[in-house]
Design a protein around this ligand. Structure first.
Ligand code: HEM
Length: 152
């Protein structure tokens, strides 16, 4: 179920994300490095040397798109209109990835790697970790329903 963030949790998520939101390439690199099975699902990157593709324009474009979703979501207010906008965005993401056959297990790998990246690159602590945990639970509740083909 969706569990509303309390106001300061939304602020913690946004301010910690602001510390790394421009590191799109580094973030996608960290995710691919930890999960070669995720890299393998990208037709233009499958089977290629990660350190070589990291410096390409194509990699930057994809990183900007993927990581940019978190900037879009974290910029929304945790109120009715922000939640509604987040649902629209996340349902579209779920539908497009459902079409590609991406599994929940792979989304969970992505999540774990992003949290590891954050814990190493932003000022981190129990309160920040808890805010991200709750935020991700909400995003993934919407996302997994959409991945199942039954969006909320
Ligand atoms: C929360 C995690 C993720 C976010 C925010 C995200 C975001 C995006 C976005 C914005 C796009 C481009 C627009 C679209 O087609 O929807 C995209 C494309 C794609 N995503 Fe994801 N994604 C995530 C997780 C994953 C995972 C776990 C995989 C694979 C295991 C994956 C595989 C792909 C592929 C193959 C494409 C198409 C790339 C192309 O244009 O050739 N994504 N993703």
């Amino acid at each position: 179920d969706l569990v509303p963030l309390v106001d300061d949790q939304a602020i913690l998520i946004r301010s910690s994300w602001d510390e790394v939101k421009h590191n799109e390439v580094d973030i996608l690199y960290a995710i691919f490095k930890a999960n070669p099975d995720i890299q393998a699902r990208f037709p233009q990157f499958a089977g290629k040397d990660l350190d070589s593709i990291k410096t390409t324009g194509q990699f930057a474009v994809h990183a900007g798109r993927i990581v940019g979703v978190f900037s879009e979501i974290s910029a929304l207010q945790p109120d009715e209109s922000g939640i509604s906008a987040a649902k629209t965005l996340i349902n579209a993401l779920g539908a497009s990835h459902r079409g590609r056959g991406i599994s929940k297990a792979q989304f969970n790998e992505f999540r774990a790697s992003l949290i590891t990246y954050l814990s190493q690159n932003v000022s981190w602590g129990d309160n920040v970790a808890q805010a991200w945990e709750k935020g991700f639970n909400n995003v993934y509740f919407i996302l997994f329903n959409a991945l199942d083909g039954t969006p909320i």
